[in-house]
Structures are given as C-alpha cells and as structure tokens.
Design a protein around this ligand. Structure first.
Ligand SMILES: Cc1cc2nc3c(=O)[nH]c(=O)nc-3n(C[C@H](O)[C@H](O)[C@H](O)COP(=O)(O)O)c2cc1C
Length: 339
C-alpha cells in the first residue's frame, strides 16, 4: 500500500527524520555525525572530534558511518512522504560537510520504502553465534541488489575464498593489537551503563571458542567464549574507487544491505579488522578488479539483540546559525564544524 502527504515538510518532520538517521550503525558506536536543519534541507557533518585516530587514521570508517546515517536520513524523508535530493560533499572548502539532503515535493511512499524503514529500529549488530542454517541464494541476491542500487558491489564469498578472508581477518586482528594505543582506544568505547555512545557491556558478545572468527575484544578481562558457526557467511562490500565520496557511498550501501538483511530476519555483524590494516585490505580483493574493499560483513540467523544507546538530539542537532546569532549580542560563534 502507498500513502501520500499533501502538506509541506516542517522542521518537526525533519527533526524526526534526523532522530531516525541516528539509529545508523557507526564504528564502535562513535556516532560521528552532526546535523543542521536549514529550511527544507538538512546538512550533515562528520564530527572531527569523533574520529578514531588509532584504528581509523584516514577517517575512512568515519565517512562510512556518516554514509550509513545519510542513507537512513534519505529513507526517513521518503518514509515521511517526500521526495529526497542528495548532494554529496557539496563544498570543497568544507570537507566535513558530508551531504546536503533536501526534502522535495510530496511523493507516494512505496512498499519498498515502507519495508526498509520498518527495519530501522530492528537492525542491530549481533556479536553472538549464528545458526548453521544457510541463507537462501535469493536472499543473498537481494542483499547484492541493495549494494548495487547504492553504486557498490557485494561479494558473497565461498570456500576457499571465504576461508582466505577469515585468515586475513585473524591476521589483521593480531596486527591491530600490536598498534600503539589500540587496546586503550577499544577500552574507551566499551561503555559503562548510562553512557549514550560506545558499546554497552551486554552488546559486546562472546569470543569464538573455535578461533575461526576474530571477534573484537573491547574490554578486558575477556568475555565469555562460545562456539560460533564453523562456516560463517561472509560478504565483502567494495567500491570502484577509494575517495571520500566512495566511502560515503559504501556507508549508504552498508546500511541498505543491513536493513534489507534485517527485513529478511537475518542477524548482521560488520567485521572491520581486515579493512583497517592497509596491507591486509589490499589482499581482500583481486587487484586486477579495480575495486577497493570497504567492509566485511558476517550474516546469519541469530538471537534477538537489544538497542544500543544513541546521543540525545541536543548533542547532534546544531542550532540554526542565523537564529543563534539573533539570540546573542556578539558575532556568530564558529564551532569548528563549518570551516
Ligand atoms: C564502519 C563500521 C565498522 C564496524 N566494525 C565493527 C567490527 O569490526 N566489529 C563489530 O563487532 N562491530 C563493528 N561495527 C558495528 C558497530 O560497533 C555498531 O554499529 C555500533 O556499536 C552501534 O550498534 P548497533 O549496530 O547495534 O546499532 C562497525 C560499524 C561500522 C559502521
């Protein structure tokens, strides 16, 4: 069924859309995004204070995270009954300005939009064992189609390629622990109760007793160990280049794939160690393909997982500059995001 609104978009509607966008996944739940509503447009910024310097020195995963929020925002605007226009990296002088997303004229809500939007609150990262039940080929095809629609490629690995990816992932995991500051950075994002970012203890999952999957150990002492599925289903998301624009595209595709998987009752887990060590990342994909690996994903059928926290809107929604200027007697303050 499709629905359509005739009323123009309001700031309240766009604020709701921003709230929905913050449900997106992000590296260590860093939520490295900021939003500003200007009329019917929303500006999205990468927050430079929330980049993870040790594991993500180039900010690639930060842009993937913000890209995931861009897709969720686009989806929320469409779900609210409006067309949506996207301008990526619109101002070369402001590299932190990731996107301008505009709500356009009223547009009917398609069944596809309804389905993806319905999955947003149910998508969670699952760090527990999955069932050994295979994922049907047509569902894998839907996930690949989701990636393609966002201008990326999703490869479903098969043994022995899958085993090679897992070997690389384990190797990257070991190498990361040798990186100065890595353990401290992980520990900083293993969040105690009551924090609105980071990964709560209950969501940290288990270690793999079979030592096949390198499950990220956020907090010491180590978590419980469990037997994970011995033949995990591993996907690799890739783009045809490796610029900021490609990273944002990868983030949008990631969220589209994750929401599609959620709609099919699949549990999902990004597994990013192999794309965080450049020498390992290069080996994930045949160099002759011209593609760059952006993310590795594990999917399967798993238990229901709860919702991780999100920062309040007061922290992520920037005030409108002109209104703020009117309230203060001095010149407008620059927050470091607008440069
Ligand atoms: C770029 C990126 C990389 C991630 N890498 C990992 C990872 O290596 N291991 C992991 O368990 N989760 C990973 N995640 C999942 C995040 O930790 C998760 O999205 C965040 O904690 C919020 O939780 P939620 O996905 O349940 O909403 C990654 C997410 C993103 C966007």
């Amino acid at each position: 069924m499709t629905t359509m609104t005739a009323a123009p978009v309001t700031r309240e509607i766009l604020t709701d859309c921003v709230r929905t966008a913050t449900a997106a996944p992000s590296l260590h739940n860093s939520q490295p995004w900021l939003f500003r509503i200007r009329g019917s447009r929303i500006e999205m910024y990468a927050d430079p204070t929330r980049r993870l310097d040790v594991v993500d020195p180039d900010g690639r995963e930060q842009f993937i995270s913000v890209g995931a929020a861009v897709f969720t925002l686009r989806l929320a605007i469409r779900r609210a009954g409006f067309g949506c226009d996207l301008d990526l990296l619109p101002d070369p002088a402001r590299p932190d300005l990731v996107a301008r997303v505009a709500a356009m004229r009223p547009l009917p809500v398609s069944a596809g939009v309804e389905a993806l939007a319905a999955a947003v609150p149910y998508r969670h990262t699952n760090r527990w064992p999955f069932a050994t039940t295979p994922v049907p080929d047509d569902v894998l095809g839907r996930l690949q189609d989701a990636a393609r629609r966002e201008g990326t490629m999703l490869a479903a690995t098969r043994p022995p390629g899958r085993d090679a990816v897992l070997r690389l992932a384990r190797s990257a995991d070991h190498q990361l622990y040798e990186r100065p500051g890595y353990r401290a950075e992980l520990a900083a994002w293993a969040a105690p109760e009551g924090r609105s970012d980071g990964i709560p203890r209950w969501a940290l999952g288990a270690g793999d007793a079979l030592n096949i999957l390198p499950m990220r150990t956020f907090a010491e002492p180590a978590r419980p160990r469990d037997r994970f599925e011995p033949s995990p289903i591993i996907l690799v998301l890739a783009t045809a280049g490796d610029t900021r624009a490609h990273w944002i595209r990868a983030g949008q595709a990631l969220q589209r794939v994750l929401l599609t998987a959620t709609w099919y009752d699949l549990a999902t887990m990004p597994l990013s160690q192999p794309v965080e060590v450049p020498s390992v990342r290069r080996l994930l994909i045949d160099p002759g393909s011209g593609l760059s690996a952006q993310m590795v994903l594990r999917i399967g059928y798993g238990r229901t997982i709860g919702r991780t926290p999100r920062r309040p809107m007061t922290e992520v929604l920037l005030p409108n500059v002109r209104r703020a200027a009117r309230r203060t007697s001095g010149p407008p303050t620059h927050d470091g995001i607008l440069r």
